[in-house]
Design a protein around this ligand. Structure first.
Ligand code: ATP
Ligand code: MG
Length: 405
């Protein structure tokens, strides 16, 4: 199946807004085995939108448009679709009612202008928008199925999952069976080497990997379900604890689940990562049941007063040192009464290095009420501040995961 992605909006062509919709849609469709034949971008201009519709419908079996469904004068998508398909627009009473209800529920006054969002080309299907005012439009044009979705990324994603994904899946019911494993601590090339024999043993299953900040996802796909499952088990056996999750599970999610199952709690003291570990944990709903909170302490004074790091250690070894890392987690454990504590100190860079302490040097410590006290020295090099901080957070969570298993 071939797809065209078509984004509209002046802000996209003049460089004010990055077209994240196209990026997201492309990766979603690729996952569904759909080939992207083109991405089109035009401004809020009806003749340009019609041109885009011509190009897209000529090339693709499915066209996904985003943007221009709003109530303002620059929202021209519905008019362009109507002109291009030579159909009239009619008011869809159901959609109008939903728009009215939404305004009422938010206690906003609805103005006349919003009625236009319920105008749908004759013969098209209305795609109800569960979180916004503009419904989407689904319409068969020649041999292409057009999905016109709102531009607002959050609404677009929800509607993609509701309508486009299900449509693609019913069209391409080739029954490809998929599994995904998440691994940490083993690089992509080492993985390929370790799995060489298995890859040969399962020629009917495709294995693809994607790497992101120390985490490698292994994607399995094949027509034969039992083959895919056997391959999955064999990988799990071979890689053991390096596999931390299945499907789209993330490391913070898995660690959170382990803490919850054990009825244990965690607190953090973060220099270098500035609260990133806490952020990653609290991105997950319900995390307050196991994550107590944390200290973000950059100055030596706060390391001492908040967490109880000793002045002597800071003077003797410096803030970025094994000893201070150890005291960060031990101090946090004592101050918060958590079952586990993570302490982090390091040089995220750029700058801040010294002859003995290079950029990317990070000490991560883990302390447990049960007596666990370990410190890991990491040399992340110079991949950039963001990457050092992310890798630090992942490594810290991985240390905790290992301790919990
Ligand atoms: P609305 O009902 O909100 O008016 P719409 O379908 O008319 O929806 P737009 O007005 O085009 O959508 O865009 C709404 C918001 O979504 C804007 O902030 C815009 O910058 C953003 N947006 C639109 N298209 C994209 C895109 N392709 N990538 C990222 N952001 C986008
Ligand atoms: Mg717009």
């Amino acid at each position: 199946m071939k797809a065209a992605i078509f984004s509209t909006g002046d802000e996209l062509v003049n460089g004010k807004t990055l077209d994240t919709n196209a990026h997201w849609l492309s990766s979603q469709l690729t996952e569904l085995d759909v080939e992207i034949v083109c991405q089109i971008n035009v401004g809020d201009d009806k003749s340009q939108i019609i041109w885009g519709l011509e190009q897209a419908t000529r090339r693709a079996d499915i066209v996904i448009m985003t943007g221009g469904l709003g109530p303002t004068d620059d929202d021209l998508t519905r008019f362009a679709i109507a002109d291009f398909t030579k159909t009239e627009l009619s008011l869809d009473e159901n959609s109008l009612k939903q728009i009215k209800d939404l305004f009422e529920s938010r206690n906003y006054e609805m103005c006349e202008r919003n009625n236009v969002q319920a105008m749908i080309p004759n013969g098209a299907e209305v795609l109800a928008n569960p979180t916004g005012t503009a419904p989407g439009i689904k319409m068969l044009i020649g041999g292409s199925m057009l999905f016109s979705l709102p531009g607002v990324p959050r609404e677009m994603k929800i509607m993609f999952d509701l309508y486009v994904k299900t449509w693609v899946e019913t069209q391409t019911r080739s029954h490809t069976f998929r599994r995904r494993l998440q691994s940490i601590g083993v690089g992509e090339s080492t993985l390929a080497h370790k799995l060489e024999d298995l890859i040969k043993a399962y020629p009917d299953v495709a294995l693809g990997t994607t790497a992101n900040e120390g985490i490698v996802s292994l994607n399995l796909a094949g027509k034969n379900k039992s083959s895919v499952i056997k391959f999955e088990h064999a990988i799990k056996e071979k890689l053991g604890n390096s596999i931390f999750g299945f499907g789209d599970q993330t490391l913070p999610e898995v660690v959170g689940g382990l803490l919850r199952n054990r009825n244990e709690t965690l607190a953090t003291a973060e220099s270098c990562t500035g609260g990133l570990i806490g952020k990653q944990l609290t991105d997950i709903p319900g995390s307050s049941s196991y994550y107590l909170g944390g200290f973000v302490c950059y100055s030596n004074e706060l390391k001492e007063s908040l967490v109880g790091v000793s002045n002597e250690s800071l003077k003797q070894f410096g803030a970025v040192s094994e000893q201070v890392a150890r005291e960060l987690s031990q101090g946090t454990l004592a101050k918060t009464n958590a079952d586990w504590a993570i302490g982090v100190t390091g040089i995220a860079g750029p700058g801040g290095k010294s002859p003995k302490k290079p950029e990317g040097l990070v000490y991560i410590s883990l302390a447990g009420k049960n007596g666990v006290s370990e410190v890991k020295k990491c040399l992340f090099g110079n991949p950039g501040r963001k990457a050092v901080r992310l890798r630090t957070a992942m490594t810290a969570l991985e240390m905790l995961r290992e301790a919990l298993m």
